[in-house]
Design a protein around this ligand. Structure first.
Ligand SMILES: *[C@@H]1O[C@H](CO)[C@@H](O)[C@H](O)[C@H]1NC(C)=O
Ligand SMILES: *[C@@H]1O[C@H](CO)[C@@H](O)[C@H](O)[C@H]1NC(C)=O
Ligand SMILES: *[C@@H]1O[C@H](CO)[C@@H](O)[C@H](O)[C@H]1NC(C)=O
Ligand SMILES: *[C@@H]1O[C@H](CO)[C@@H](O)[C@H](O)[C@H]1NC(C)=O
Length: 508
């Protein structure tokens, strides 16, 4: 089980690499061919699953002859009201079957051609929760037909006490018997060195353009809120997701899940909760690339956002999920060696950011409050292309550094293009990769100690200095030493001079 997970993760990271290449447009034609072939194979695979061919007008009328079904029958509406299927909006009776029936009717309703290959365009069909609160005893898994352009909206779902602890209230994954499991098994057999087509086939999508909006999801401390597996262009908008035990939202594979304007918390609290020490779970887990999390609040969870695939953007996020002092993390970037993540305009509130071996990481215009800081954690000692600039840090004067290195595994030994600068700091210790200092002296040696500011303990790659005498003398002078971040300037004859130094720890 654990091994399977690891392999799955590894595979996904491999895929993520591949798609990132795609982002940069470096794929060759061969890959595209393979990709297309496998996709059309998959769609031919899926079409027979549809109860009706694409242009067929309507599904057979459902046994209940409710007014809603008639509306559908005459083709006037593609809004599927779950209450018309017998769902109980008071939340007393279990509504799983009724909602699943509404979903499957929406998926079978009619087709306006195709989106991506194999993805039937449902033309904007809507499953309407009619403003009710529904009890659900198992995941609302979307049909495995490869469909898109459909909306689920407007109500609350509440997991029952029987809800499976490994389930998600809304589950956009194809059932275990189809593609993804098979792909993982095949990939396992080919031990990742496998053919490109194996990889390509796992890049084909289950769903495209599914919108989940205006929903409150209560996982009842059993399982998670939403899982989006291998889907393309999913929109999660204005959702309030609480009481998850695993993840509020899990995104795995696929592309372009946009999570916006939403609120996630394991416990309903507005901060200062007496149980904060015990918060567990993850607000949002991104195991796929090219996603965006924007304008989202995570108000309780052990980890606010866990990112384990590259090319995601996090913007306008407020994390106060669990204070660092209680073992929480606001945003955890677990993609050592290929980070490619931007965190901008966000608010880290008593909880910070952890990045493992960051390679291409940008953190800017963020506000860190309550001694929150950034930890750069060494896995293999690699740190490249990191910008932590133009942020605001505020603390309580306990001497907390704004950026810290965790070199427990191994020291950082490959450091390139790291710029930590121009942050403003109140009540914490400024750390930077660019430091300035000056010293006045009368003698032949001047030492400026830049250790208090510089991030890396013994690394100066570039020094600029000004030597200004105040006694009219004109000695020769030179940079003698930068060891231990101590910049030593010496002159050939004694002089009274001011020495101004600027040193960079990563000059490109
Ligand atoms: C994996 O390989 C084994 C041994 O070669 C074979 O028996 C099995 O069917 C293969 N599984 C898949 C999913 O291809
Ligand atoms: C946190 O969990 C521990 C161990 O389960 C428990 O003893 C403690 O009462 C909990 N604290 C709060 C505040 O819920
Ligand atoms: C610098 O030191 C020398 C020798 O001790 C002394 O003669 C000179 O006045 C000093 N100059 C200044 C500017 O302090
Ligand atoms: C620079 O300073 C360090 C520490 O004082 C010393 O060990 C080293 O030998 C010095 N290097 C040179 C070139 O003087």
């Amino acid at each position: 089980m654990a091994i399977e997970r690891v392999i799955m993760l590894f595979l996904l990271m491999g895929l993520a690499n591949l798609s990132s290449i795609h982002v940069f447009g470096e794929l060759d034609g061969h890959y595209h061919d393979q990709f297309r072939k496998v996709k059309s194979l998959k769609s031919s695979f899926l079409r027979p699953d549809l109860s009706t061919p694409s242009i067929s007008p309507l599904p057979s009328p459902s046994p209940s002859s409710s007014p809603q079904s008639q509306v559908i029958l005459y083709g006037k509406s593609r809004v599927f009201h779950v209450t018309s299927y017998g769902a109980d909006p008071t939340g007393n009776a279990d509504s799983t079957d009724a909602i699943l029936k509404a979903i499957s009717d929406a998926f079978a309703s009619s087709s306006d051609g195709f989106l991506m290959d194999g993805i039937v365009n449902l033309g904007g069909a809507q499953i309407d929760l009619d403003g009710g609160n529904y009890l659900v005893n198992r995941p609302l898994r979307f049909p495995a037909t490869g469909a898109g352009n459909v909306v689920l909206k407007g109500g609350s779902l509440h997991a029952s006490d029987e809800f499976p602890t490994d389930g998600y209230l809304i589950d956009l994954s194809s059932p275990p018997s189809t593609s993804s499991t098979k792909i993982v098994k095949e990939a396992k057999n080919k031990s990742l060195g496998g053919s490109l087509s194996t990889l390509a086939s796992s890049l084909s999508y289950n769903y495209e353009y599914i919108t989940l909006r205006d929903l409150m999801l209560d996982s009842n401390h059993r399982g998670g809120g939403i899982s989006v597996i291998n889907s393309l262009r999913t929109s999660i908008d204005n959702c309030y997701i609480v009481h998850f035990a695993s993840d509020g939202i899990l995104v795995q594979g696929g592309h372009e899940t946009y999570i916006r304007n939403s609120f996630l918390g394991q416990h309903i609290t507005a901060g200062g909760d007496p149980g904060e020490r015990n918060f567990s779970g993850t607000g949002i887990h991104l195991m796929g690339n090219d996603n965006a999390v924007t304008d989202v609040v995570i108000f309780s969870a052990s980890v606010g956002i866990m990112v384990s695939a590259p090319a995601n953007v996090i913007s306008g996020v407020h994390c106060y999920n669990k204070a660092t002092g209680f073992g929480g993390t606001g945003i955890y970037l677990k993609l050592p060696g290929l980070t490619q993540t931007r965190i901008v305009n966000s608010y880290l509130d008593y909880t910070g950011i952890v990045a493992e071996d960051p390679v291409q990481l940008h953190i800017s215009n963020c506000f860190f409050l309550g001694d929150a800081f950034v930890i750069l954690k060494s896995i293999k000692g690699e740190m490249k292309g990191v910008n932590i600039v133009d942020n605001m840090f505020s603390g309580s004067g306990k001497g907390m550094q704004i950026v810290q290195l965790d070199e427990t595994n191994v020291g950082f030994n490959q450091i390139e293009q790291v710029v930590i600068d121009r942050n403003n700091v109140n009540g914490m210790i400024m750390k930077s990769t660019i430091a300035r200092g000056s010293i006045q002296g009368n003698g032949s040696s001047w030492t400026v100690d830049l250790n208090p500011t510089l991030v890396f303990p013994n690394l100066i790659k570039y020094v600029q200095y000004t030597f200004s005498t105040s006694d009219g003398s004109f000695p020769n002078h030179a940079l003698k030493n930068t060891s231990g971040n101590q910049v030593v300037i010496a002159s050939n004859t004694p002089a009274a001079a001011n020495v101004y130094v600027v040193a960079h720890q990563s000059a490109g």
